[in-house]
Design a protein around this ligand. Structure first.
Ligand code: 5GP
Length: 118
């Protein structure tokens, strides 16, 4: 598992403003924005401003804030889109499907219909 933080990763560039993003919420410690390649309608990402590659190198107090904010933003997604369910996803390491090495939570709304809404 990667522990060397790459300051040029995509989410670092989003944090610095070098790459634009559709922001959902921002404060001193976290940023939330829409996923550019949504798995379903409303696919939202939540990232801390602290530099951490994954679950294992983010300091616990930052993780606690990140998850609390993810709950809050998840509630807003729930109330705005009224999905039938919401997946919370978080990948660590390339082998697990992580492609951007700045820790993040995915909030992915789900609907009961066979074809997912986009
Ligand atoms: P991972 O697979 O690392 O958990 O998820 C990375 C996520 O970042 C993917 O869902 C991907 O669609 C999203 N993503 C990749 N590049 C960009 C980008 O430039 N902007 C935004 N908003 N999302 C991105």
């Amino acid at each position: 598992l990667q522990t060397q933080y790459d300051p040029k990763n995509i989410f670092a560039k989003i944090l610095s403003g070098e790459i634009p993003s559709a922001k959902v919420y921002e404060d001193a410690r976290i940023l939330s924005f829409m996923d550019a390649f949504p798995q379903t309608k409303g696919h939202t990402l939540v990232i801390p401003k602290v530099k951490a590659c994954n679950l294992f190198d983010i300091p616990s107090e930052h993780l606690q804030n990140l998850i609390a904010q993810t709950q809050k933003i998840g509630r807003a997604v729930r109330d705005a889109l009224e999905p039938d369910g919401i997946r919370l996803m978080q990948f660590n390491g390339e082998a697990a499907g992580q492609t951007v090495f700045h820790i993040h939570f995915h909030i992915i709304p789900a609907w009961s219909e066979a074809a997912p809404r986009k």
